[in-house]
Ligand binder design. Structure first.
Ligand SMILES: Cc1ncc(COP(=O)(O)O)c(C=O)c1O
Length: 345
């Protein structure tokens, strides 16, 4: 067997030689004083890429979302979001515990969107008994919806509904550049009507660490204060920012390759009646297990050096990324075939 093929997430991608070289050469300073020129450059470029006035560098996508929620709301508010979204499912209820907000989770469609009428019905009338609804959170691409790239029409309708009710919109754009590649529009167009947007450097862009929150100057100033409160103020962090700058130049344009690899993987999996994969729009393959057990397949794959993760009841997830080639996909499918022949349920 050749090496491990790790499809658990795009977060497992490792920085290559050139990115490491850029990191080692980074000019640095104390970023809490605003003195790190590389971080300052990263934040400027990040804001420009998504069409916002300012940005702040944070350690993770989870902290980016928490800071966005915390900065948009007051304790005791209620946020509206999708029941499949990352904030609601995978962020340890930080919005509740640390931002002090209640989440009203609305049904996500398979496309990662929300039903307009359901959102409208959820927005509360001002009332002494009711929490305020200052914020709607969207996610694009949508992880649990199989990397769906939410289309612009749906985004526009949701943002305009929210704004019509005096709400702000935060976009969890952890993989916004995957969405941009799939929709063939600039990331700034996707984020255009969202008041704030966060995105990750450590997923498809292949950096070791980091996310950015982008939005209006004043909002970002306040988010920076909240970042300090959470212990996310970092010092000579230009070493990490340099990886991000490298990724902007080299790793955005190649995301379409990951999408082609994901389609190839899903097409291959579909040949086995044990699996029913999505038709991936981006780099995430989610497959229902139709025969055998999820745990059984994951362990049969693991024994053959192929790594995937459980993804809800009876579903597994495989994600393509920077370190996965088309040959790796073909080899992964060969290992799946071997597992199917060995398990033979
Ligand atoms: C859509 C989405 N948002 C946020 C995050 C959180 O990112 P991090 O793992 O950097 O905290 C993830 C991570 O997978 C994600 O998929």
């Amino acid at each position: 067997m050749s090496g491990i093929i790790d499809l658990r997430s795009d977060t497992v991608s490792k920085p290559g030689e050139a990115m490491r070289r850029a990191m080692s050469l980074a000019e640095v300073g104390d970023d809490v004083f605003g003195d790190d020129p590389t971080v300052n450059r990263l934040e400027e470029r990040a804001a420009a890429l998504v069409g916002k006035a300012a940005a702040v560098f944070v350690p993770s996508g989870t902290m980016a979302n928490l800071l966005a929620v915390m900065t948009h709301t007051r304790a005791g508010d209620e946020i509206l979001l999708g029941d499949q979204c990352h904030i609601f499912n995978y962020e340890v209820a930080g919005a509740a515990r640390l931002a002090g907000v209640q989440s009203h989770a609305l049904r996500n469609g398979e496309d990662g969107g929300l039903d307009l009428a359901e959102v409208e019905a959820a927005i509360r009338e001002p009332n002494i008994h009711a929490p305020r609804n200052p914020l709607l959170c969207l996610e694009n691409t949508h992880n649990r919806c199989g990397g769906a790239a939410l289309d612009l029409g749906t985004m526009d309708a949701l943002t305009s509904l929210a704004h019509g009710h005096g709400m702000q919109v935060h976009l969890d754009g952890a993989r916004i550049f995957n969405a941009a590649a799939a929709l063939e529009v600039p990331a700034a167009r996707i984020a255009r009507d969202c008041d704030t947007v966060s995105f990750c450097l450590s997923k498809g862009l292949g950096c070791p660490v980091g996310s950015l929150i982008c939005g209006p100057e004043e909002f970002i100033r306040e988010a920076r204060r909240n970042r300090k409160m959470l212990g996310g103020g970092m010092r000579q962090v230009g070493i990490l920012a340099a990886a991000g700058l490298y990724a902007f130049d080299h790793n955005i344009a190649r995301l379409a390759d990951d999408h082609a690899n994901a389609r190839r993987l899903a097409d291959g999996l579909r040949q086995f009646d044990a699996f029913e994969p999505n038709v991936p729009q981006t780099n995430i393959v989610v497959a229902y297990v139709r025969r055998g057990t999820l745990e059984g397949w994951l362990s049969a794959f693991r024994e053959r050096g192929l790594l995937a993760v459980p993804f809800g009841r009876g579903r597994l997830r495989m994600v393509t990324h920077l370190n996965i080639t088309q040959e790796d996909i073909d080899e992964a499918l060969r290992r799946v075939r071997e597992a199917v022949e060995a398990v033979a349920v």
